[in-house]
Design a protein around this ligand. Structure first.
Ligand code: CP
Length: 355
């Protein structure tokens, strides 16, 4: 089985530990790993804009002694001529040893993995998941908090469309004693399926409407951007913009040991006046991300066998009702679901439809 990294949820606790440990070893002694991927090629296929994810994947591979190919604007590739995702992936997997792909449609990474002869890493699939950001976040918390359990984790901003939020909750809900404090407007709250995951894990969560109320409770504050590109209209975006802003006054309500993370880019949700507060670690977080991706590339290319067991797959030709699911634009992809109680869960985007 190939080691596609589509959803961090599917990695075991020991897989995650292995990645965190290796990232730490590389950080301590980067020279030792400077030729570890010599002769190997990473393809970065970015159908959506990115600074950190794309550049950190590329620098990760270069620092491991490997090479990088790819595009950061699909309109400069044959996608502009109408090439399907399947065909692009089949071609690229003949050229490269590993693929990191970002795409605006949900479930696109899973879709790509069906047609790739080399490992595919999900570098963000629409508003769905962003597993390597979660690896970045977990490596940051491990290094900055010294533990991954018994943390009060505040998540603030766009919790509906924030794929980094969804991935982080899914992963951190597995660690004992973590509690989530969800700070958002009612319109941008976490989707039901994420609440279901917290419930299933027996994970406590509360919804608090203001940062001021939440601040004193938190060990970690994970700020997020209101994602303009995910709104149906500019009007809806403007109604949400600027509701939550972390400034010096609000930060003063936080614990001394608080750590503030943000996947970045930020717009206006963190005032630049707090950037130099030692509790704000979002720029360090981006550097941890490079080491996390170095560890992931290395382990994946070494053939680490990550276990994948989402459950028995069934085909339902009526398809996924989520209009942002990759199966709509790439109609040849098999309409796969897993059954859970009286719902069918889309194998690509995790959308749940009632039976
Ligand atoms: N955090 C993150 O995904 O940033 P980019 O969009 O710049 O890659």
């Amino acid at each position: 089985m190939l080691n596609h990294i589509i959803d961090l949820e599917l990695l075991s606790f020991s897989d995650l530990q292995e990645i965190i440990q290796l990232a730490g070893k590389i950080m301590k002694n980067p020279k030792k790993y400077s030729e570890a991927c010599k002769g190997k090629i990473l393809a970065t296929l970015f159908y959506e804009p990115s600074t950190r994810t794309q550049m950190s994947f590329q620098t990760a591979m270069l620092r491991l002694g490997g090479s990088v190919i790819g595009f950061d604007d699909p309109m400069n590739s044959s996608v502009a001529k109408g090439e399907s995702l399947k065909d692009t992936i089949k071609i690229m997997s003949g050229y490269a040893d590993i693929i990191a792909m970002r795409h605006p449609l949900e479930g696109s990474a899973k879709g790509a993995s069906l047609y790739s002869s080399v490992p595919v890493i999900n570098a963000g699939d629409g508003g769905h998941l962003h597993p390597t950001q979660t690896l970045t976040d977990v490596v940051t918390l491990h290094n900055e908090k010294g533990r991954l359990n018994h943390l009060n984790i505040g998540l603030c901003g766009d919790l509906k469309n924030g794929r980094t939020v969804h991935s982080l909750i899914k992963t951190m809900s597995h660690f004992e004693g973590n509690k989530f404090i969800l700070i958002s407007t009612p319109e941008l709250g976490v989707p039901k399926y994420i609440k279901d995951i917290m419930d299933e894990q027996g994970c406590e969560y509360v919804e608090i409407p203001t940062l001021q109320e939440a601040m004193p409770l938190l060990d970690v504050l994970y700020m997020t951007r209101i994602q303009r590109e995910r709104f149906a209209s500019e009007e809806e975006y403007l109604a949400q913009k600027g509701v939550f802003v972390l400034d010096a006054q609000k930060l003063s309500l936080g614990k001394e040991s608080l750590k503030v993370l943000h996947p970045l880019p930020r717009v206006d949700e963190i005032d630049v006046e707090v950037d130099d507060d030692p509790r704000c670690v979002y720029f360090k977080q981006a550097v941890y991300g490079m080491y996390a991706r170095m560890a992931l590339i290395l382990l994946t290319l070494e053939g680490a066998k990550y276990s994948y067991a989402k459950g028995k797959v069934i085909i339902d030709e009526t398809g996924c009702p989520n209009p942002k699911c990759i199966t709509h634009t790439e109609g040849y992809m098999p309409k796969e679901f897993r059954k859970k109680g009286n719902v069918l869960i889309c194998e690509y985007c995790d959308f749940q439809k009632e039976l």
